[in-house]
Design a protein around this ligand. Structure first.
Ligand code: NDP
Length: 621
């Protein structure tokens, strides 16, 4: 972080845009005092151990990773076969690459998926209230192709899962697919120019090409809270929801909780979606909070049939592009999505788009104006808490004091109301977090909250190495281990190809163009992979891999263009966006190791590369 203290808002000269904004009298708060409050709240939460405050689900914690959505005891004979393409992962990444490969005419595909079916995130995350916080009309891929229109502006989990399965059916991805199968190892065989993929079912799959679609935020993590394994009641992670215990389904109806005292640890984007249903169905609910989420208006509504009738072919691609441009600071005459996301980005950009005045502004002044806009937005969000939550202390504890993009922005219309239920208690830990669990329940400030059920909503592994997050290592050409090559940072050409790993494509969301609606990035990557595979199959090319030089050049581009927002994130409250407050650059954090020119520029680079047609930067054998 730069050592220069930030200039106080009050110190800007009278003729500056910042001073004008302050003088307008419309702010209604002291921005310097708020900035100090943010710093104070952050400092309370920084923990020296950073990511190490969490633990992997191994050993006695293995049970937290069991798949509750399949019959236990599944067995099958192991499979040995050879295919053109083995896709690892059946979420949107795997589905989209499968779809584009089929469109390109690739017949021999084997999808390998750890879960019992396709769906990825939406297979695992079935917790009550699970819903996508990005508009369904652009988030759900291939809507026009599948002739499907989501029922609501923001789809709930089951609809997204059904759509995922429909994509798998449409593109025959079930053919030869291996479900409930975890890859344990992948090794390149130079003689046959094939990947040898081994699994925990004893399978040996030989594949010419392997797209790695193992996803991000896929591996649940637990906090290292003393005694967390001692609890005698029932416990599970939100992404392994135990409906056998709670009853009901994603849409609620959890009759099993009617006589239960339930606790939930965590108040992030997942928790806030399931807390309204838990509040409705539990006898008592205790919400253990370390940091409040900032929760803006959702405004969900059913899809308007008249609007659907008005759509012209190609509408989804246009909508995706419109949203992507606005959420990347660009101008669009019309905001087609017009929601909390576009409002957040639109305001920041609006603050900068003041013609003449803008031309005269220094970078520092522009940043200060942007910060003022952020402070205003967060004041609105805090005012919303006061307007909804009746108990004043609870309302105060539910207010988030950090800038909007320090954590994932959240949108919900029932979360705050839930705290007006007499059966629901917010247990705020003043930034410390839960530090002890015992046989009876959760201990905070020496008080034991006795529980029948403890739900863990503490998120997923991030910021660790790619192979740790994927759960297996890859041994490439010359016995190069990916875990060693990428120990400090993923290193690629275009985020997809890596030297010594021929015919392997990393849909890992590193060194790529990241979009707010993730399937958009995955779709562009999938299209690109399909182009390369098709080209190789049709031109009798055995293997392609990034040349060392091309990879180094791309890594330089990433470094030069990095707008890591280091200062911004270091001033943020801890979370996975800023390496849990540890600061510095962690290139294993997908939010840091990105193409700084943004997704629009990045997609153009891929398109130009395909149009040029010579597989530039790839070594061909
Ligand atoms: P997060 O990592 O975002 O949140 C974890 C929560 O656990 C935080 O509130 C954290 O507090 C809390 N926590 C951790 N340790 C403790 C402790 N010792 N005591 C008390 N609280 C603790 O996980 P989520 O599962 O909520 O979300 C993960 C990601 O999944 C999101 O960032 C988002 O990208 C994605 N998601 C997307 C959705 C969508 O609609 N597209 C919906 C849901 C999730 P603190 O903030 O202090 O660290």
């Amino acid at each position: 972080m730069s050592n220069e203290p930030l200039k106080k808002f009050a110190d800007y000269p009278a003729d500056s845009a910042v001073a004008e904004k302050l003088a307008s009298g419309k702010l209604g708060f002291d921005p310097d005092a708020l900035r100090d409050k943010y710093a104070h709240e952050r400092d309370k939460r920084v923990r020296p151990e950073g990511f190490a405050q969490y633990q992997e689900l191994s050993g006695e914690l293995d049970v937290f990773d069991d798949d509750p959505f399949v019959e236990p005891g599944f067995t099958r004979d192991s499979v040995e076969k050879e295919v053109d393409v083995a896709i690892i992962g059946g979420g949107f990444g795997g589905l989209l690459v499968g779809a584009h490969l089929r469109e390109a005419g690739v017949a021999s595909i084997c999808c390998i998926e750890k879960g019992g079916d396709f769906g990825g995130t939406w297979y695992w995350n079935r917790y009550p209230g699970a819903q996508c916080d990005v508009e369904s009309y652009l988030y759900l891929p291939l809507l026009e192709k599948l002739k499907y229109m989501p029922k609501e502006k923001y789809s709930f989990g089951p609809e997204i899962l059904d759509h995922s399965l429909a994509i798998a059916k449409e593109y025959s991805l079930y053919d030869g697919a291996l479900m409930q199968t975890g890859v344990t190892n992948m090794r390149w065989d130079e003689d046959s120019k094939r990947w040898i993929v081994s699994t925990d079912r004893g399978d040996v799959i030989k594949a010419r090409f392997v797209p790695m679609a193992t996803g991000i935020l896929a591996k649940p993590k637990l906090p290292r809270i003393a005694g967390i394994t001692q609890f005698k009641g029932h416990t599970f992670h939100t992404s392994r929801w135990d409906f056998n215990y709670t009853g009901g389904n994603t849409m609620g109806d959890m009759t099993g909780l009617k006589d239960k005292r339930v606790g939930i640890i965590g108040t992030g984007p997942t928790a806030l979606q399931c807390i309204p249903a838990l509040g409705e169905w539990s006898k008592e609910l205790y919400v253990f909070q370390r940091t409040p989420s900032a929760i803006d208006v959702r405004g969900n509504h059913p899809t308007n049939p008249k609007w659907v009738e008005s759509l012209e072919p190609g509408w989804q691609a246009r909508r995706m592009e419109n949203f992507n441009i606005i959420t990347n600071g660009g101008y669009q005459a019309e905001d087609l999505v017009d929601d909390g996301w576009t409002d957040l980005f639109g305001r920041q950009i609006g603050a900068m788009r003041d013609g003449e005045a803008r031309a005269k502004m220094t970078t520092e002044e522009k940043a200060a104006l942007k910060e003022l806009t952020d402070l205003q937005k967060m004041e609105e969000i805090r005012d919303r808490v006061d307007a909804i939550v009746v108990d004043k202390d609870t309302a105060q504890n539910l207010k988030a004091y950090y800038r909007p993009f320090c954590k994932r922005p959240c949108f919900h219309d029932d979360y705050l109301k839930t705290f007006n239920r007499p059966s629901v208690t917010l247990v705020d830990t003043d930034g410390k977090g839960v530090e002890e669990v015992n046989e009876q329940g959760v201990v905070v400030d020496g008080k034991v909250y006795e529980l029948d059920c403890l739900i863990i909503a503490t998120g997923f592994e991030t910021g660790t190495s790619f192979t740790s997050a994927s759960g297996f290592d890859i041994v490439g050409r010359n016995d190069t281990n990916l875990s060693e090559k990428w120990a400090d940072a993923p290193s690629t050409m275009h985020g997809l190809f890596s030297h010594d790993f021929p015919n392997c494509f990393f849909m890992g969301l590193f060194q790529t163009g990241l979009t707010v609606s993730l399937p958009h990035t995955l779709d562009e990557q999938a299209m690109h992979i399909a182009y390369v595979v098709d080209h190789c199959l049709n031109n009798d090319i055995g293997a392609i891999e990034a040349s060392q030089q091309a990879e180094d050049t791309w890594c330089d581009v990433i470094d030069q263009k990095a707008h890591n927002n280091t200062d911004f994130f270091e001033a943020c409250t801890p979370g996975y966006y800023n390496n849990e407050g540890k600061g510095g650059v962690n290139k294993n954090n997908f939010l840091t190791n990105q193409y700084g020119g943004g997704p629009i520029e990045f997609f153009k680079i891929l398109e130009d590369w395909r149009n040029e047609g010579s597989l530039k930067g790839l070594e061909v054998s």
